[in-house]
Design a protein around this ligand. Structure first.
Ligand code: ZN
Length: 386
């Protein structure tokens, strides 16, 4: 076989050379072209012959390559929703919000990706994708029974409106007396002592990475009606509301404490809805975790977080930050131990978009220290909590 191949090879080469020789004899001026032709023809022949001789090897190699390409394309999940942080999702949302035309296309594309099953109700997915944050998705703030102004709270506790105004005046007067210090952070708290204890309930860190411990217990107090929160924060909360009232700023609290059952119920309801629309459990879980906080990772469940709206502005959105109440809170809440939990510019750290309405009680010391150093709770824990 090899011998016959080499004979073939030799005869082809010989043929080419003899042709070129006779050509060169006839056209001496084109001798160079003849030689070039011979070189190219023989090289191409050798090259092809090499492949022909190794055809089995190359076939095997091609099969292996094909196998790898095919298997790696199967390793990607059919559904592209593997987002683990709310902020990632919200970033996509924010980008799309900038351009409605783009948003429509993106949502349509997402529909296709998310659905991965043709009969999924795209309206359900569209609605889930349009939920900007868990607080809004739960819509409690729109229910008047789930809202409480200072007068609602004091009336319920048997204090009449006259008393409120009177108290407000007293508070306003005492505040006026303190005014020189009002714009500077007070030094009487231990703000220069950057050590906070991890056992301190006030600075408890609750987020997706730090779910509420199973054995966590706290005293549940009633603000008014069915609205409850950690009993220990009711007094500073009322002080803050009174101080705002004294300055003519209305604060209406909503969505304080939500129990685990309620959070679980909200979450399961979402999952069931998406599954009814044709999604698999995993797909539905992923989508639900974008719309409702995963049970066990919401600060509302430990009664330390309060959502706040104001007269004439009941939307839980960034616009609240521009209202008088939003501005007053961002400037003064720390004096009563409350911090804006998800500040603008800290989204990468908190994994939650800017929420000017969501306030978290951390105590006056921690709040003052956090405001003074412009840090969020995660940053406080990373550096100053021992
Ligand atoms: Zn909230």
């Amino acid at each position: 076989m090899n011998a016959s191949n080499s004979v073939k090879k030799f005869s082809y080469k010989e043929k080419v050379i003899s042709k070129v020789c006779s050509f060169n004899r006839k056209h001496k001026a084109l001798k160079l072209f003849g030689i070039l032709y011979a070189i190219i023809a023989i090289s191409v022949y050798n090259f092809l012959f090499y492949f022909y001789r190794n055809s089995k090897r190359f076939t095997c190699l091609a099969c292996i390559l094909l196998f790898f390409v095919a298997s790696s394309s199967f390793s990607y999940p059919g559904m592209a929703l593997t987002i683990s942080f709310a902020s990632d999702f919200e970033k996509i949302e924010n980008e799309t919000a900038e351009n409605e035309a783009v948003a429509d296309t993106t949502i349509e594309e997402s529909d296709a990706e998310l659905a991965s099953v043709e009969d999924v109700d795209s309206e359900v997915i569209r609605e889930a994708l349009s939920s900007e944050n868990p607080d809004v998705a739960e819509s409690e703030h729109l229910n008047p029974e789930k809202q409480a102004s200072l007068s609602d709270i004091l009336e319920a506790s048997g204090t009449d409106a006259y008393d409120i105004d009177e108290r407000a005046e007293v508070l306003g007067a005492s505040k006026a007396a303190d005014d020189p210090d009002a714009n500077t952070l007070s030094d009487d708290s231990n703000v220069n002592d950057p050590e906070f204890s991890s056992d301190d309930w006030k600075i408890m860190l609750v987020n997706k990475q730090h779910p509420i411990p199973d054995d966590y217990k706290f005293p549940l107090g009633t603000i008014t009606g069915t609205m409850r929160c950690d009993e220990r924060i009711i007094s500073p909360l009322l002080d803050m509301m009174k101080a705002a009232h004294a300055e003519g700023v209305s604060l209406i609290i909503c969505s304080p404490y939500r129990d685990m059952d309620r959070q679980t119920m909200l979450f399961d309801t979402k999952i069931n809805r998406y599954m009814e629309a044709g999604m698999s459990y995993m797909d539905a879980y992923n989508l639900a975790s974008q719309a409702v906080t995963v049970p066990g990772s919401s600060e509302h469940q430990v009664g330390l977080a309060i959502d706040i709206i104001t007269d004439g502005y009941s939307s839980l959105d960034e616009g609240f930050g521009n209202t008088r109440a939003g501005k007053w809170l961002s400037e003064n809440s720390y004096k009563y131990g409350f911090v804006l939990r998800y500040p603008l510019g800290k989204e990468d750290i908190t994994s939650i978009e800017f929420e000017p309405w969501h306030f978290r009680y951390v105590g006056v010391d921690a709040a003052t220290f956090m405001v003074q150093n412009d840090i969020c709770l995660e940053e406080l824990w990373n550096t100053y909590v021992k």
